[in-house]
Design a protein around this ligand. Structure first.
Ligand code: NAP
Length: 243
């Protein structure tokens, strides 16, 4: 069955690998026909990812959009709806982090982080929810973080933005359960992605890889419709990197 899957932050890291994993499962899951709507701010990333997903047999659509901008949120949802007239899955993955000691974080760091992680995620979800409500089906993922439950010294604003996402998840569930919509909150620990910059290379041996998050996300989506994996907490076996 065709499934329209919108992924934000699909160009790199966890989002990229999740798109590829959805595409791979087309070949291993009977009747699963994913159509991947790939969103980020960098067209080049989306074009190369789209090519890889197509090689695996999945259909794709690219939407260059910045979820911190309301007009881009509208564009992403509107182009998806005008092409497919439904949304079966939204993966709220786009996220940013500015990691510094508490006293060095600036108002610009605050506004930038909150505008993507909290505000953008909220308003995109708010726009997609009524579509799923009309369908009486759908699945919304949040790629949150262990920093939504636990403090790290360099992550004050990032943590605030992820705690905020958790608040949205809990409120959304109250509506989702009444409308046959599944909500999954994914809270990973450290994953080696471009978000970590050069540190990713140095800390690789104590981090997870993007595919370690992508596979459980796709597994959760492919559960029977009667079943919701509500929360996935996924850590490196050696525990958190405390910085
Ligand atoms: N890596 C970790 O250790 C880790 C751990 C826990 C949770 N997470 C969460 O997992 C998610 C993905 O992180 P990642 O590590 O894969 O990060 P990443 O490698 O930096 O990739 C983030 C993706 O999001 C896109 N993006 C950023 N801001 C955007 C915006 N305003 N609108 C649309 N797309 C945007 C980026 O592309 P453009 O810049 O081209 O837009 C990129 O494709 C984030 O929510 C992050 O907080 C990461």
């Amino acid at each position: 069955m065709q499934k329209i899957i919108v992924l934000t932050g699909a160009g790199k890291g966890i989002g990229r690998e999740t798109a590829l994993e959805f595409a791979r499962r087309k070949n291993t899951t009977p009747d699963f026909d994913p159509v991947l709507v790939l969103c980020s701010r960098t067209a080049g990333d989306l074009e190369s990812l789209s090519g890889e997903c197509r090689k695996l047999g999945a259909r794709t659509m690219i939407c260059e959009a910045d979820i911190s901008r309301m007009e881009d949120i509208d564009k992403l949802v509107d182009v998806t709806m005008s092409s497919f007239n439904r949304i079966d899955c939204l993966v709220n993955n786009a996220g940013v982090g500015r990691f510094k000691p508490l006293t060095e974080l600036t108002p610009e760091d605050f506004d930038y982080t909150m505008s993507v992680n909290a505000r953008g995620t909220f308003f995109l979800t708010q726009k997609v929810f009524p579509i799923m409500e009309r369908q009486q089906s759908g699945h919304i993922f949040f790629i949150s973080s262990v920093a939504a439950e636990k403090a790290f010294k360099s992550s004050a604003i990032y943590s605030m933005s992820k705690y905020a996402q958790n608040g949205l998840v809990e409120a959304l569930r109250l509506y989702a359960r009444e409308n046959n919509i599944r909500v999954t909150n994914v809270m990973p620990g450290a994953v080696a992605t471009p978000m970590w910059g050069e540190q990713a290379e140095q800390l690789r041996n104590v981090m997870m890889m993007p595919e370690d998050i992508a596979a459980p996300v796709v597994d959760a989506f492919l559960q029977p419709a009667r079943t919701t994996v509500e929360e996935l907490v996924i850590r490196p076996t050696g525990g958190d990197i405390n910085s």
